[in-house]
Write a protein that binds this ligand. Sequence first.
Ligand SMILES: *Cc1c(COP(=O)(O)O)cnc(C)c1O
Length: 342
Amino acid sequence: MLQIVRDPTTGLDRLVLSRLPTPLDPAPKLASALGVAQLSVKREDLSGYALGGNKLRQLDFILAEALAAGADILVTTAGSQSNFCRSLAGAAAKLGLGCHLHLRAATGTALVGNLLLDEILGAAITFTQVTDPWDPQITQELAEIADNYERQGRKPFIVQLTGVSAATAVAGWMSGAAELLRDAEAGPGIPDVVISVCGSGLSLAGLALGFKHLSCPARLVGISAQQPAARLKAWIVTAADEAATRLGLSCRLTAEDFDIVDSEIGPGYGKPSAASLSAVRLAGRTEGLLLDPIYTGKGLAGLQAALRAGLVRPEHSVIFVHSGGTPGLFAHAEAFGADRAA
Ligand SMILES: *Cc1c(COP(=O)(O)O)cnc(C)c1O
């Protein structure tokens, strides 16, 4: 049965679709391989339906808004291997809503990985030639798709993480910050550092705003998988501001409240790097923990980079947010093969 509750941290309504709290698992062998005193992994990859991931918390809030608006079809855009789109398609199927994914063709059109799962989950799929998720052209294309559905008598609801849905997505992870703090207090203690890998940066914005709002002293280090640090920082602060205003918070996030490491983007967004492939193997072999080479593998490589740079120190206790992404792993089998042969 569909359950809607009031989230105590943000005061917003949320659906109870994701399976929370996610586990916080100790990773002692990975900690010693990396050279940090203590390491725990927040298992967002286990957040529930359709293979989980860090978007499910955000969708709990975004979809409460969609249902309140009377939506019968969700319309969104992202890269063709987007974990977010797969999660949205899964949620739509669970809720009995339609789902239209307008995907960036440049990130691949082969029916593998998340794109295969989108099809299995019943989403309608079209492709766009736009390559930058912040390009206003994509907002225009989404509006046209929604207009078409409206002319057919449907009630479309546009979900756009880089646009209308940003503040709600931030709120989703602000609530996640409160959960992470509760886990830490009940388990390993408040960490010195929390590592979270960034695409759009909205989940980090929510974590950072949540930490500030809850006076948590842990330092947040975001590992960029997509954008240069300056652009990512600016967008995170903007998105957090919008959320803080909407939620009526007295605190505001500043660029000094968190760090961004952007040395691990490698050959580009959505493409494995030598360091990410090696990090995926390291987590697999030390902890039986499966990462992916385009997000969480870069996140772990970023933790290694942060250690080299002194942002994280050997005496630190660290929480690594496993943001999901494993469903995309098999779309990169060839990169692993080439890497082994080399
Ligand atoms: C989307 C995603 C991220 C990045 O989250 P943002 O909120 O976009 O920064 C990280 N890891 C995985 C697996 C994701 O799907």
